[in-house]
Ligand binder design. Structure first.
Ligand code: NAP
Length: 454
């Protein structure tokens, strides 16, 4: 009960996932002044910041500067970072119940959606999310078999992730060398024989999901010409009406029209933006060799409908970039269809009923949409409800923060503290500085633990 909470017995909250939504939830908790709080932010990796470290493109360093604010949150005396702790394995739901008054699940969406077409599982066909995790040095993907001894690459999807992977594939080794791209990825990209990258949109330019800034960057590549077919920019009446009051979408169209008017200038690579095409099969014997596309038109609801007209593109790599997807947590309810934890504005639902003391925020709450900052408002909404509920939450029997770390030690869990992380961070930045790069990432958990002396 709230009247039992004071500086000696603050409300104990566990946050599962130290990505943007988890840290924004911690920030919202420490910014309010009504209730004393003590927050533990767990992550299954030894590193905080989630997709800021492992998702944001290595050539978009300014976006990563958001970690400065996030670090301040983790440095607050009311907040504790405990990395390298996997929920469900190292710490169970029963443990949370025993040690915390409330839990906020902020694990993001670590898997991806599939196309459901023949050949999707052929070697050389994978998700953009895996490719992104590989070039960003995510420990789980350091050994991914990426072969760029191919000329054509298909990137399926018209969102910002598709733009990111297209741009990374198009850039030269010199450009990438200045970033914090993973050391294992750089030689593979440096020896890339890729000449043509096809971004494939099933609908038209008015329905594309990328933002104008990201689109523009594709037209500013030193190493690649941009190719857009003018006939694929023609809008039907409904599409034109749908974007009439949407300045951002109108801007996209303007940029695309300017791209379509450009001649080829003989750069080593070409980025092709194709609209109104759906992959229907990925072809090849033992490996991807081609992708078969069906031409689409839009129906009255602006959905893509096949026309029965087909074409094939010669490609040796297919990256599907059709959206991230959440993964269930042990003992936590999950909506398989939506790929989220069922919730009401952030209050977790168990069999349709609000679950006592369980909350969620970020992509695992609302699905994989929006930019990093979107998670701030989302996490704040959740925390507001948690604080409203706080007076009625049953208090955990073992609230002492030391009891949690003792439990982890007893289980042999080599948990990582903020001090450890700051040491690793400084080491990576120093390694980077020596090479004129923002940082050199350590990509194996063992090496990270060794480096911080854990
Ligand atoms: P997204 O924006 O939802 O784009 C997914 C794309 O996949 C859409 O073009 C969608 O087309 C297409 N698609 C879905 N199912 C398909 C299918 N079966 N066949 C063909 N195409 C299909 O997702 P995202 O690119 O993964 O990005 C996730 C979020 O992260 C977004 O909010 C994005 O803005 C954000 N993000 C931002 C940045 C940045 O700010 N620089 C960078 C990366 C990601 P339909 O529209 O037809 O469904």
């Amino acid at each position: 009960m709230a009247d039992q909470l004071d500086a000696n017995r603050p409300l104990r909250i566990a946050i599962i996932g130290a990505g943007p939504s988890g840290i924004y939830a911690a920030e919202a908790l420490i910014k309010q002044t009504e209730i004393n709080v003590s927050v533990d932010v767990f992550d299954r990796l030894p590193t905080p910041y989630g997709l800021v470290r492992y998702g944001v493109a290595p050539d978009h360093q300014t976006i990563k500067s958001v970690t400065k604010v996030m670090q301040k949150v983790l440095q607050d005396p009311r907040v504790r970072f405990l990395g390298n702790v996997e929920f469900g394995r190292d710490l169970t739901f029963a443990d949370l119940r025993r040690h915390y008054d409330a839990v906020i699940y902020t694990v993001g969406a670590s898997s991806d959606r599939h196309l459901g077409i023949p050949g999707e599982d052929l070697p050389g066909s994978l998700s953009a999310t895996e490719f992104v995790a590989w070039y960003n040095g995510h420990p789980d993907y350091q050994n991914l078999d990426i072969r760029l001894n191919v000329q054509g690459v298909a990137v399926v999807g018209m969102g910002n992730v598709a733009v990111d992977v297209t741009r990374i594939l198009a850039k030269s080794a010199e450009e990438l060398r200045q970033t914090d791209i993973a050391d294992h990825a750089l030689p593979v990209l440096a020896q890339s024989q890729v000449s043509d990258i096809y971004m494939l949109g099933r609908r038209g330019p008015a329905q594309a999901k990328f933002t104008t800034k990201e689109l523009r960057e594709l037209g500013e590549l030193h190493n690649a010409d941009i190719v857009v077919r003018p006939e694929e920019l023609e809008l039907d009446e409904r599409s034109a009406a749908s974007i009439a009051g949407e300045p951002a979408l109108l801007k996209n169209l303007e940029v695309l029209r300017e791209f379509a008017a450009r001649p080829l200038t003989g750069k080593p690579r070409r980025v092709h933006l194709r609209f109104f095409v759906s992959p229907v099969a990925i072809l090849g014997e033992g490996r991807v060799h081609k992708i078969r596309l069906e031409k689409n038109r839009l129906d009255e609801n602006l959905n893509a409908v096949g026309t029965g007209e087909f074409e094939e593109l010669e490609v040796g790599l297919v990256l599907r970039s059709v959206g991230y997807k959440g993964v269930p947590l042990p003992e936590v309810p999950f909506d398989q269809r939506k790929g989220v934890i069922p919730n009401q504005s952030g209050r977790v639902l168990r069999e349709g009923q609000v679950a006592v003391g369980e909350y969620t925020a970020g992509w695992i709450k609302r699905g994989p949409s929006g930019v990093i900052g979107t998670n701030k408002a989302d996490a704040t909404e959740t925390v507001k409800l948690l604080l409203q509920d706080a007076p009625h939450l049953p208090l955990a029997p073992e609230p002492n923060p030391e009891a949690v770390t003792r439990l982890l030690q007893a289980r042999g869990v080599r948990y990582v503290t903020l001090e450890h992380w700051l040491k690793l961070d400084a080491l990576e930045c120093a390694l980077g500085q020596a090479q004129g790069r923002p940082r050199v990432k350590l990509t194996s958990v063992d090496k990270m633990l060794e480096a911080v002396g854990n």
